[in-house]
Design a protein around this ligand. Structure first.
Ligand code: ADP
Ligand code: MG
Length: 247
């Protein structure tokens, strides 16, 4: 199997006081190793539910989630996660926050190696010099950069991001898109990005999956054809406009 993630016929309903609330209806999504998969869809259509299923935080009512050839049934530390509001520990410095996953999954790694690995990432995202600051001393964009470093410091199989740039202003957000591309040039990890920003999905994604309906189904899958070395300017080309119009 070449796919890192295989979501097959995933159907899920929440049990609520008013009865079952069907959210996902037979989703099929495949993400090859190293690919960036962007999932777009309106608010409330089940995107966060999908991330919880892939991360093994919940199991679907029907269908299967496979990660690296293994059926996902429980949480695993081979999945890195990033959210809209990064949860950084205020009593730890930025460096200590980024190192945290290594303390958990690589207890035998030396302290020096952990610091080297964390600093390598902090430098890549432009946070060199901020490693000793507390999270509250950083801007929202910088906190999100730090949380991205923390999510990938232990080289998880996949990074799942649930609207990670949603709380940022438009300029900071575009900066983060560039940083994201730079990070993946250095470390081509597999990504699932949940977003409701169509431009973001087309700029970052190798494939864009559109969910809609209630319960949500896969409406559309687009293999993005922007050039591999795409820049923000490529979002303003006729090709990009055409692609966005199809979403
Ligand atoms: P999205 O992330 O696309 O906005 P969610 O996956 O968070 O959507 O939610 C999909 C639907 O399921 C929404 O109608 C939401 O209110 C409902 N929902 C989400 N989590 C729960 C839960 N734990 N219990 C009951 N309903 C939920
Ligand atoms: Mg959500």
């Amino acid at each position: 199997m070449d796919n890192l993630i295989d979501i097959k016929g995933v159907t899920h309903a929440y049990r609520t006081e008013a009865g079952p609330l069907p959210v996902l209806d037979g989703l099929d999504i495949s993400v090859p190793q190293g690919e960036f998969c962007a999932v777009v869809g309106p608010s409330g259509c089940g995107k966060s539910t999908l991330t919880r299923l892939v991360a093994g935080l919940m199991t679907p009512d029907a269908g299967e989630v496979w990660l690296h050839g293994e059926r996902v049934k429980s949480p695993r530390n081979t999945v890195g996660m990033a959210f809209q509001n990064p949860v950084l520990l205020e009593w730890r410095s930025i460096l200590q926050n980024v190192i945290l996953p290594l303390e958990i999954v690589a207890p035998r790694m030396s302290r020096g190696d952990r610091i080297d690995r964390a600093m390598e990432l902090l430098e890549l995202v432009g946070l060199k010099g901020f490693e000793d600051k507390r999270p509250s001393e950083l801007s929202g964009g910088m906190r999100q950069r730090a949380s991205l470093c923390r999510a990938i410091v232990h080289k998880p199989d996949v990074l799942i991001m649930d609207e990670p740039f949603g709380a940022l202003d438009a300029f900071t957000r575009e900066d983060l898109w560039q940083t994201m591309r730079e990070l993946r040039r250095q470390e081509p990890f597999t990504c699932v990005l949940i977003t409701h920003d169509l431009r973001e999905s087309v700029f970052l994604g190798d494939q864009v999956i559109v969910l809609s309906g209630r319960p949500a189904r896969t409406q559309y899958i687009l293999d993005v054809t922007l050039p591999a070395d795409r820049t923000l300017d490529s979002l303003y080309t006729p090709e990009a406009a055409e692609m966005l119009a199809t979403l």
